[in-house]
Design a protein around this ligand. Structure first.
Ligand code: ADP
Length: 372
């Protein structure tokens, strides 16, 4: 074969290297078959080297000839193995030169296969961890459901007897059953206050679990804001009277709104209850409502202990309590979180302004709910 002829033939066959789809299983056969068409040989071996170890990666043919040629496998000057061909007849220079080119191509193909193996195994690991995460997620959601169900059941079981404690103590306090002496009146008032605190806390836990389970439903009715507020104030009367706190209410009689009666009550209850909690004896609380251009604003202003500026944004977060050292009250730190969620549910906003040792103002804004 003439020189030119040999290279022409070799180039056509070298192009074959690029037409194949390689993987770990077919690489050995394709590489050696293609190479055999370019440089005939009776045995071919590809060795890979790593950390001073040399091992046979691929091999082809059984008969080792007495003539041997070798070429290193390297990428960017970094040697990682070599290829060795043998046969009975000697190899000419053209063949040796061609093996250089082939070794370069084979080196790249082998590295490609190695790389795709690594990527594949990484993808497998990733897929597995994604599946694990999904399973974990499902478990978390299921556990959350169990927790919420448990809380709502337990809270219900606790609320029923508590309501009867409250009801009976109210009856006794009203002296319908008979006259009570001073000490008895005092004790009954303490029972009512303690029960109210407990009821408040149970309700908060129940509400939080309902909110987290997205199970809060809105029930719209038309009602007078003043009536709703007075009911709340009535419930809280024992608490603010005990601290001799004066309550001012400035709510126009004619404000009728269409909203969720119970949720508005709960919002007002939480904010006014906090105002009582965090205002010292003989303090003052004002409840002011205004309707301007169908924007209803309700302000609850106290002259209590106030809140440091740095805590203002955080008090609406779950379990956040900032004055707990100063005020000895039973509380969960959930009240404002629930209140904010309830206001949001009614398409409103709640904000707070406060100054330490001067007092706090909670502002609730509700749009388009006033019946004109
Ligand atoms: P808690 O159950 O502790 O009352 P809240 O979520 O209702 O929980 O309130 C969170 C914290 O915000 C309270 O612990 C208190 O530190 C602060 N806070 C709320 N309302 C007032 C207020 N009117 N005056 C001063 N601090 C308040």
């Amino acid at each position: 074969m003439g020189k030119n002829n040999y290279f022409q033939n070799a180039i056509i066959n070298i192009a074959e290297f690029y037409r194949q789809n390689y993987n770990e299983n077919n690489a050995e056969e394709i590489l050696f078959n293609t190479l055999n068409k370019i440089i005939p040989f009776s045995k071919g071996i590809i060795y890979l080297q790593s950390n001073d170890k040399t091992e046979i990666k691929y091999q082809y043919g059984n008969i080792i000839g007495k003539e041997i040629i070798q070429e290193e496998l390297s990428i960017n000057g970094c040697k990682f193995g070599y290829i060795e061909l043998s046969r009975e007849s000697s190899f000419c220079n053209d063949e040796k030169l061609t093996l250089k080119t082939c070794a370069y191509i084979i080196a790249n193909i082998i590295k490609d296969i190695e790389l795709s193996k690594i990527v594949k195994s990484q993808v497998t690991v990733l897929q597995k961890s994604m599946e694990d995460a999904k399973k974990q997620n499902k478990k978390i959601i299921a556990a959350e459901k169990v927790k919420n169900n448990f809380l709502s059941n337990v809270s219900h079981e606790l609320r029923t007897p508590l309501n009867s404690i409250l009801g009976f103590s109210e009856l006794l306090q009203a002296q319908f059953i008979g006259k009570l002496n001073k000490k008895q009146m005092e004790y009954i008032s303490d029972i009512r206050i303690a029960s109210l605190h407990l009821l408040g806390m149970i309700n908060e836990i129940l509400d939080m679990s309902k909110i987290e389970a997205n199970a809060m439903k809105i029930n719209l009715t038309e009602f007078k804001l003043i009536q709703n507020t007075e009911e709340v104030i009535n419930i809280l009367k024992p608490l603010y009277q005990k601290k001799n706190i004066t309550l001012f209410i400035d709510i126009p009689q004619n404000i009728t709104i269409k909203s969720d009666y119970q949720k508005i009550q709960q919002i007002l209850f939480n904010i006014i209850n906090n105002a009582i909690k965090f205002t010292p004896e003989n303090g003052e609380i004002k409840i002011i409502a205004k309707n301007i251009l169908n924007n209803l604003t309700i302000k609850i202003i106290d002259n209590g202990i106030g809140i440091e500026k740095k805590y203002l944004k955080r008090i609406f977060k779950k379990f956040m309590q900032v004055n707990i050292g100063q005020v000895k009250e039973n509380s969960t730190g959930l009240g404002l979180t629930i209140t904010k969620e309830l206001v949001k549910l009614l398409n409103g906003e709640i904000d707070v302004e406060s100054e330490l040792n001067k007092g706090s103002t909670f502002i609730i804004k509700l749009k388009n709910i006033v019946i004109l």
